[in-house]
Design a binder for this molecule. Structure first.
Ligand code: NAG
Ligand code: NAG
Ligand code: NAG
Ligand code: NAG
Ligand code: NAG
Ligand code: NAG
Ligand code: NAG
Ligand code: NAG
Length: 458
């Protein structure tokens, strides 16, 4: 029951947050229940939605709603976010700027002025870039796309303005909306209740006067990969210069190939009808239901980690991300990789890099993403559907080894979702490796407090 999000292989890695190492003995499972929203590499990651009432009106208020994507590496890509809630009373939306509701609902009881939306549970989406200036507010109109916090904070914020009617008009009587939902664009986020907080202060452009909202409430939404999708969307394959075995992605890592030529489950690249299959799928659905190329792993994304060279003081890795999805170009893609040698990363070619240090002193996790206008756009499956980079690490004599798969990453995320790793006993061996009995139940990696658990899933 704990591992309903079950991978079809028998051994799995877990990163254990330091507090869990202590708790491990007592409560072995609470720390890495994969159904929880808690992400050990981004423990404070959330999307915060803030409502600032900026004026009272005869029958309600005008509020600016701002959404902050505080997640380090999880972004929202096209077709973008949609935010829903349920009004506490009989509120309506008279008008909006920088956003719109997807449905107007039944406004038949209004005669003269017709509201923008009369639904009890409106759903708001962003406007598209190029919206006329008189319908914009600052931070709006990005087609619902939000950057991750580490990649570009200025683009990690969205905003729209609502003019609410049939509502109370004082901060004592106003009722906050309930049951917030955030789709991005699919499921995955869970939002808490709105809580009234200290009114936001706004520094005026001349920086000589501070004004404040009449009332402010916040809503926090967190992400869980388990809620988002039943199957993983990414896998990791491995190779090295010291052994010509390539460890491929696990078979059925993201799904198994259907045994029916007409099943629309995957796309055969040699099919003469490839063009028509791909273009008939329609761009809207494609980003949620991937049009994946038929492979043994069936993942839309594969990350390949090749240990390429060994120098006296350094070692070099080549990372390749391949897109097997015919229905999706990934713009502003990102990769998060955990490896103990990231504290001594010396050089990185053709990707951006940022250290992710959720626990301060532990510097073993890197976020990698493409260079603007060069490889920030991971093209759909095909000859151009890959991006690559090389990493140069400085060896720390006390920890460095090619033995027992040390040179391979511990954990990889693509666009914030965990990638399926191969079982460690399949990793390429060093020639003449001594013991072949690699699998032990608990192996602590010495360099840091990071622990690696090989957990038998029986
Ligand atoms: C949301 O994220 C911000 C930034 O990381 C953090 O300061 C805040 O405490 C988080 N909120 C919750 C409720 O976790
Ligand atoms: C409400 O959200 C804003 C924006 O994220 C943040 O600055 C503020 O600290 C939050 N307030 C509380 C009490 O969490
Ligand atoms: C409501 O406004 C009064 C002043 O008019 C202020 O003292 C109070 O803190 C406000 N309450 C909230 C919840 O903002
Ligand atoms: C698909 O099914 C046919 C018979 O129904 C079988 O001969 C073939 O080996 C199967 N292919 C795969 C990939 O399982
Ligand atoms: C991906 O981008 C290319 C080039 O911009 C475009 O021709 C193609 O239609 C796009 N594919 C999808 C699925 O959006
Ligand atoms: C982590 O290591 C990298 C590479 O050595 C270094 O550039 C970065 O400053 C370190 N970050 C922290 C927070 O220690
Ligand atoms: C690797 O990084 C750690 C922490 O930043 C530092 O203490 C150590 O001296 C570095 N090792 C080498 C070989 O540069
Ligand atoms: C390479 O690694 C594989 C395990 O993945 C092992 O079976 C093989 O014997 C190794 N080859 C050499 C030359 O050590």
């Amino acid at each position: 029951m704990l591992f309903r999000f079950s991978f079809p292989f028998t051994i799995r890695f877990f990163f254990i947050p330091p507090p869990c190492i202590l708790l491990f003995v007592l409560f072995s499972f609470t720390c890495f229940n994969s159904t929880e929203a808690y992400d050990p590499l981004d423990p404070n990651g959330n999307i915060t939605i803030k409502w600032d009432i900026i004026s009272w009106t005869p029958d309600g208020y005008v509020a600016v709603v701002t959404m902050y994507n505080f997640q380090q590496y999880r972004h929202i890509s096209a077709p973008g976010w949609s935010l829903g809630w349920t009004w506490a009373k009989k509120e309506v939306i008279w008008s909006m700027m920088g956003g719109q509701t997807t449905e107007q609902g039944d406004c038949s009881k209004y005669k003269a002025n017709i509201p923008h939306c009369c639904k009890k549970n409106p759903i708001v989406v962003d406007l598209l870039p190029g919206t006329p200036y008189n319908q914009q507010i600052s931070n709006c109109c990005k087609g619902g796309v939000l950057s991750s916090w580490a990649q570009d904070q200025s683009k990690a914020v969205a905003a729209f303005q609502v003019s609410v009617g049939s509502a109370s008009t004082t901060n004592k009587t106003v009722k906050v909306p309930k049951d917030f939902t955030l789709k991005a664009p699919g499921p995955g986020y869970t939002c808490g209740p709105a809580t009234i907080v200290k009114p936001t202060q706004f520094l005026q452009p001349d920086k000589r006067r501070v004004t404040q909202a009449l009332m402010t409430w916040n809503v926090t939404c967190t992400y869980s990969q388990f809620l988002a999708q039943r199957t993983p969307s990414c896998c990791v394959s491995l190779s090295s210069f010291y052994n010509n075995t390539v460890v491929p992605c696990t078979t059925c890592a993201c799904g198994c190939q259907g045994n029916s030529s007409q099943s629309g489950e995957c796309v055969d690249p040699d099919s003469p009808h490839l063009q028509s299959v791909v273009s008939n799928a329609g761009p809207g659905k494609s980003s949620i239901t991937p049009l994946v190329r038929c492979t043994r792993h069936m993942c839309p994304i594969r990350v390949h980690w090749h240990v390429k060279l060994n120098y006296k003081e350094y070692w070099r890795v080549k990372v390749t991300v391949t897109n097997f999805n015919y229905g999706m170009n990934y713009s502003d893609w990102n990769l998060v990789v955990q490896h103990p040698n990231f504290d001594n990363l010396t050089q990185l070619f053709s990707f951006n890099y940022k250290a992710i240090t959720p626990y301060g002193s532990i510097n073993d996790t890197a976020m990698l993403w493409g260079l603007k206008f060069y490889n920030d756009f991971l093209m759909q499956a095909g000859p151009l559907g890959n991006v690559q980079s090389e990493l140069l690490f400085r060896k720390d004599k006390s920890t460095f080894t090619f033995d027992k798969g040390w040179a391979f990453p511990r954990r990889v995320y693509f666009n914030g979702d965990v990638c399926v790793m191969s079982p460690p006993d399949a990793y390429p061996w060093l020639p003449n490796a001594g013991s072949r009995q690699v699998v032990s139940l608990l192996a602590l990696v010495m360099s840091s407090l990071v622990a690696l658990v090989l957990y038998a899933d029986t």
